[in-house]
Design a protein around this ligand. Structure first.
Ligand code: CMX
Ligand code: CO
Length: 146
């Protein structure tokens, strides 16, 4: 069951400048940063709020580390902006298989590693009314109910 907005993914050209915008404008602080080589991004997670399922909602700021990455290609075509939304679930395997069963393209056979050792998969935007949609199960130590 999808129980929260886990994050909104925002593509940017310069991660440090964008982090500074969110800090100076809204007071949001960086909760976590990492480079995910497989996804081709350097990223910062800004925690916005805790959620009633024991998880949290974040902004995920994404800077490509390669031009041919998903975010690099998207930025070249669209410029900066909202790249994807991510719903949180305690069981990404079950939920993504159920959604695959509805005829929606799930991009990975098995969920892969996402921010903070979460497990993630994506639904094709063309099957989701134009929205690239991610499903996330947080790692146990980042989500007390798992
Ligand atoms: N939102 C909405 N539509 C998108 C999109 C996005 N983020 N990215 C691509 N599209 C659309 C394109 O506009 C294009 O539409 P048209 O054919 O009408 O022009 C179509 O999808 C195909 O796009 P493309 O530029 O040819 O790109 P690809 O098919 O090579 O890749 C996708 C698209 C979704 C398969 C790829 O971006 C992907 O695998 N995404 C999942 C991984 C990812 O995004 N990782 C980065 C984030 C990591 C994280 O969140 O941790
Ligand atoms: Co994401």
């Amino acid at each position: 069951m999808l129980t929260r907005i886990d994050h909104i993914g925002i593509a940017c050209f310069d991660l440090d400048k964008t982090v500074e915008f969110y800090r100076a404008t809204y007071g949001f602080e960086v909760f976590h940063t990492e480079t995910n080589d497989e996804q081709g991004v350097r990223e910062a997670m800004l925690k916005i709020n805790e959620t009633s399922d024991g998880g949290a909602s974040y902004l995920q700021l994404l800077e490509p580390i390669r031009e041919d990455s998903a975010v690099g290609k998207w930025l070249a075509k669209n410029g900066e902006g909202v790249h994807h939304i991510a719903f949180g679930t305690a069981d990404v395997d079950t939920d993504s298989e159920a959604i695959r069963g509805k005829g929606i393209r799930v991009l990975y056979e098995e969920p892969r590693r996402g921010s903070m050792d979460s497990r993630i998969t994506f639904l094709h935007p063309k099957d989701c009314h134009g929205v690239l949609t991610e499903l996330v199960t947080a790692a146990a130590d980042h989500s007390p109910d798992h």
